[in-house]
Design a protein around this ligand. Structure first.
Ligand code: 5GP
Ligand code: ZN
Length: 132
């Protein structure tokens, strides 16, 4: 059984902020920023590709709820939502989870992305593949 399934089954303790029939929300053991929370479906699914419609909706509803708890209790006004699906994306626990990451302006998180000039030839080709 994976570590998050054990947490959901309460075999491993966690700091649970919210739970219902579909989702389990708890503090990340390694607080990237103060209030860093994980929103996890109770059903073990590996990644974004395995989520069904109901779980996806419940995850987003719980994420809004958790965000508002962080806003109310920690006065958080800035948040990143992050999911790592797949090893190359940085996933280490193979049970889908959405990171709710409060941002404070003086933290160590850096989502720096290289900016490119728009290449409309490439965009046309890409769009043709996606829409075919
Ligand atoms: P990933 O890199 O897969 O997107 O994120 C996995 C996250 O799970 C990490 O941020 C890590 O700190 C967290 N994590 C791993 N094991 C545990 C645990 O036993 N308890 C809690 N609360 N978080 C964990
Ligand atoms: Zn699991």
């Amino acid at each position: 059984m994976c570590v998050f399934c054990k947490i959901i089954n309460k075999e491993i303790p966690s700091y649970t902020l919210y739970e219902n029939d579909y989702v389990f929300c708890f503090l990340d053991i390694s607080q990237a920023t103060k209030g860093h929370t994980l929103v996890v479906p109770k059903k073990h699914v590996q990644n974004i590709f395995e989520l069904d419609e109901i779980e996806a909706a419940e995850i987003m509803k719980a994420t809004v709820l958790v965000s508002n708890i962080l806003k109310e209790k920690l006065h958080v006004e800035n948040i990143n939502l992050l999911n790592n699906s797949g090893v190359l994306a940085g996933q280490t626990v193979m049970h889908f989870h959405l990171h709710v990451l409060p941002r404070y302006g003086n933290d160590e998180i850096d989502f720096h992305q290289v900016e490119h000039e728009p290449n409309f030839e490439d965009l046309d080709k890409l769009y043709a593949i996606l829409k075919a």
